[in-house]
Design a protein around this ligand. Sequence first.
Ligand SMILES: Nc1ncnc2c1ncn2[C@@H]1O[C@H](COP(=O)(O)OP(=O)(O)OP(=O)(O)O)[C@@H](O)[C@H]1O
Length: 245
Amino acid sequence: MPVPPIMIQAEGLVKRYRRRMAVDQLSFQVREGEICALLGPNGAGKTSTMRMLLGLSRPDAGTASLAGKLVHLGAPVLRRVGVLIDGPALVPHLSGIANLKLLWSAAGRSWPPPALEEALDLAGLGAATGRRVKGYSTGMRQRLMLAAALMRRPDVLLLDEPANGLDPAEVRALRRHLAVCADAGAAVLISSHQLAEVQLLATHAVVMHNGRLTAAGTLDDLVGAHTSLEDAYLAMIEGYHDAAL
Ligand SMILES: Nc1ncnc2c1ncn2[C@@H]1O[C@H](COP(=O)(O)OP(=O)(O)OP(=O)(O)O)[C@@H](O)[C@H]1O
């Protein structure tokens, strides 16, 4: 079988904030149809990596590419990408659906997007889509942002902690939806601290610590002889701490 094309690629990425090295020579790739979890302790550099992959922050060295195209702010390839990342993306005094329309139409596209119904189903907000976002709970905002990420039926998805604020039924719906996207050929990169959830969802994982790559591979390879991803991950991170002492 031919190897699927690389859709998300970090090559030697470096990001410094003053003297702090947030991302240090990070390289990894995600191919079409893969769901790759980006794992690491707080401050490991996951969000910094996501931001560089989205052109929201410029690498100090190295390159970020999506679908074989170098990424920069406003790069056309970003239209193919569904994104969930912290930021002031929603307008509080507009309804949920008006926010989706604004996000969609800002790039000059005609409403509605191709996968609006599926995305709204996943969001499960029902009649609340007509209510102002300022009355939404954290989980409802998160679900609306997910709908925004999915409504374009993206072939690349970059999701920073997408399960934050979701209840268990919503987490399961999200997992199923991402599996459908990946089956249809999307490449998904998802950062998470929820290792049990990741084990159910991901096909691959990249583990980073102190900005550096600790391990990358298929989930099966990473779990190896351990009983769970959690055990494998903690052994990796502890091993790293021990080695650094
Ligand atoms: N804008 C910034 N200015 C200065 N330092 C920053 C900035 N953004 C991130 N950092 C630092 O860079 C390092 C990596 O942060 P980053 O947010 O990428 O980690 P993370 O793996 O996403 O963490 P978490 O799991 O807590 O979200 C941290 O030490 C953080 O304090």
